[in-house]
Each structure stands twice: as C-alpha cells, then as structure tokens.
Design a protein around this ligand. Structure first.
Ligand SMILES: NC(=O)c1ccc[n+]([C@@H]2O[C@H](COP(=O)([O-])OP(=O)(O)OC[C@H]3O[C@@H](n4cnc5c(N)ncnc54)[C@H](O)[C@@H]3O)[C@@H](O)[C@H]2O)c1
Length: 333
C-alpha cells in the first residue's frame, strides 16, 4: 500500500519536495491544496497520482481525502491548518519556520502532543553528515564561540517566496525566516540558547522594492546554556555581493567551519589531519526519506526534528525579534 500524501501550499519548496517524493515507489501524491488553486492544479498535473484531487481550502481537503501523511509548505504567517491534520490523525511534515505566532504554534503543539502525532520540521541541515559528525565530537569538547549567518542582496522578484519574504508581517524578517536554519544548528550542535540580544539596521536599503518592510541587517548575541557565546548575523541589503552562508564553531580542541547553503564542512582537530565533508546535494530527499520511513513504521525515531523541537527554535528567533523591538536582552523562555 503506497503512502498517500497531501500538500498544503504548492509553491517553490513544495515542488522541491514533490520532485524527490515522486521518484519513490512507496508514495503517491493524491491531494494538492493552495489558496492559489491554479498553482495547485499545475502541481497536480505534474506530480499527482491518477485521480489526484485539487483544493483551495485545507479543511475541505482533510475532510474529503483519506491521507497517510501531509506536507505544509506555507509562508510563516499562513499556518494553522495543521490542526485539521491533527484532527484527522494524519502525520505531517511542516517547513521551517513552523509559524510566526507563538500562541498558534503552542495550540498546534498541544494538539500534536495530546494525539502523539508523528511530525517532522524542515530543518534539513540536521541530516547532513558533517553536522552530525561535529555534534558527536562536541559532546566532550563543549563549544566556546559560535559565529554565523546569512548575507545576501535585496530580493527583487515579485513572484513566489519574495512576494511575502520582504513583508515583516508575513515573514517575520530575515532572522526569523532564514537565519532560523543557523539558529536551529546552534541548538542541535551546541545546545540550548539561554538569552539573546539583538540589534537591527532599518531604512538604509536604498531602492528596496515596494512593500519592503523588513530589517536591512541583524546582529544577535546569544548566551548558550552550556556556557559558550554566539553571534549570528543577517543582511538582505548587501547588493554588491561578497556575502554567503556560514557557521563557525570554535571549541578547545575542535574548529568546525561550515560554508555555503549546502553547509560543506572543514573540520580541524588538535593533533589530527584536517577533514572535509561536503554538503549533500540531495538533502530534501534525505529529509523526506526519514519522514516517509517514520510514517510507514509508525516510529518517529528516524526524524531529526519534530514539531516540539522546531517550536524551541522558533522561540529563539521570536525572542531575537522581541529584543530588537525592545532594545534589550530577552531570555528564551
Ligand atoms: N528548507 C528550505 O530550505 C526552504 C526553502 C524555501 C522555503 N522554505 C520555507 O517554506 C515555506 C514556503 O516557502 P516557498 O518558497 O514555498 O513560498 P511560496 O510563496 O513559493 O509558496 C507558498 C505557497 O503557499 C500558498 N499559500 C499561502 N497561504 C495559504 C493557505 N492559507 N493555504 C494554502 N496555501 C497557501 C501560496 O499561494 C503559495 O503557493 C516558508 O516557510 C519558507 O521559509 C524552506
């Protein structure tokens, strides 16, 4: 019996998952839901199983179609329909960040825990060999200094992700929407974050597109529960280039230097040869395989980040947003 999957949100990242999922013999995509119904129809034509259904309303989809799993690939402000999956008892994958609103995420988390649902959150870098290698090594060599972030230019496109990404009320800003990947790796590799203190630059991004209401840049200091300290940054206004994605972790005997979207690793250990572990190019397929296996077995142990863990990462980025607003340090509850 194939795993019958339904998608809520059929945009850019949804298609990335669909492309990998349809290669598998053991799954079929039988339902497509998007408020932009034409987009859902287009995805159904490309990736849908015979008789796949198209919806504009998630509630209707979960009421009408019997599913074994669901994917939520929605802008941060557009979540909530995960509750229909919980009601229907359908395990779900949700892209990061899990939400923009703490209260709504808390409601979904409570429902997920009450039903003991299998869930997975889109922090795909947790599945990288380099990341897991460093996590193991730092178990007995605690991280002392952590530096990292995302530096890029101003999104100009008016379509898809960029249409909401530049709007603060929809994306939550670059730190919440994008650097959340790095915040999650800090938690996964270096342990919990105790407190954050953020500064932002605003109104300096000359020529920013219409509707642009996010910060131009962020620096966020963090106190780690393990005693280490971190400084993370973000810019979406470096229009001359020279930016990129990095995460550098310095411990006593270990230095881990991750670079690029694929988080390729350069690993230095005292008294050892330098090692390099390239980032996996098919990381979404690896992440999806872990979720599909968990659904088939009814056993979540293959999943690297469940809803509760994704919720903890969201709390750190929302604390950074609050700190930027207040201009003072904010403890991560
Ligand atoms: N893991 C990654 O590397 C990665 C990469 C890109 C995007 N993402 C995340 O995935 C999410 C979606 O991003 P995207 O690039 O696919 O954006 P997108 O704009 O291309 O797609 C979002 C889709 O959701 C639809 N939508 C909006 N509200 C809806 C609702 N209430 N019900 C049903 N459909 C609705 C939109 O019409 C759109 O088609 C974001 O949270 C983003 O951060 C993750």
């Amino acid at each position: 019996m194939k795993v019958r999957i339904g998608f809520v949100g059929c945009g850019g990242i949804a298609e990335a998952h669909m492309k990998g999922l349809v290669k598998r013999e053991d799954v079929e995509i039988t339902a497509f839901c998007d408020v932009n119904e034409e987009r859902a129809r287009r995805m159904a034509e490309r990736y849908g199983a015979k008789g796949a259904r198209v919806f504009a309303d998630a509630k209707e989809m979960f009421k009408t179609v019997e599913l074994d799993a669901a994917y939520f690939c929605l802008p941060p402000h557009a979540h909530g329909s995960e509750l229909y999956a919980v009601e229907a008892g359908v395990p779900f994958f949700v892209e990061k960040p899990i939400n923009l609103y703490l209260s709504q995420a808390q409601e979904i988390l409570a429902a997920v825990k009450e039903r003991g649902m299998i869930t997975s959150v889109g922090y795909m870098n947790r599945y990288r060999k380099g990341v897991q290698t460093v996590r193991e090594l730092l178990r007995d060599d605690p991280p002392i200094l952590v530096l990292g972030g995302w530096i890029g230019g101003t999104p100009r496109a008016r379509e898809g992700i960029w249409s909401w990404w530049i709007v603060k009320e929809k994306s939550g800003g670059q730190f919440h929407e994008q650097v959340t990947h790095t915040v999650d790796l800090v938690r996964f590799i270096c342990g919990e974050v105790e407190e954050v203190h953020a500064y932002v630059a605003k109104g300096l991004n000359v020529g920013a597109p219409e509707g642009y209401s996010i910060e131009d840049a962020w620096v966020v200091n963090m106190k780690l529960k393990g005693g280490g300290v971190a400084n993370l940054w973000a810019s979406c206004s470096a229009n001359a280039g020279g930016g990129g994605v990095t995460l550098s972790i310095y411990a006593n005997r270990t230095t881990a230097l991750f670079s690029g979207w694929e988080h390729s690793l350069r690993l230095l250990r005292a008294g050892e040869e330098e090692r390099r572990i390239p980032g996996e190019p098919n990381i979404f397929e690896i992440e999806d395989a872990a979720f599909v296996e968990a659904v088939k077995k009814g056993d979540p142990s293959s999943i690297a980040c469940d809803y509760e863990d994704g919720f903890k990462t969201m709390k750190v980025t929302l604390a950074a947003c609050e700190s930027a607003e207040k201009g003072e340090p904010v403890p991560v509850g």
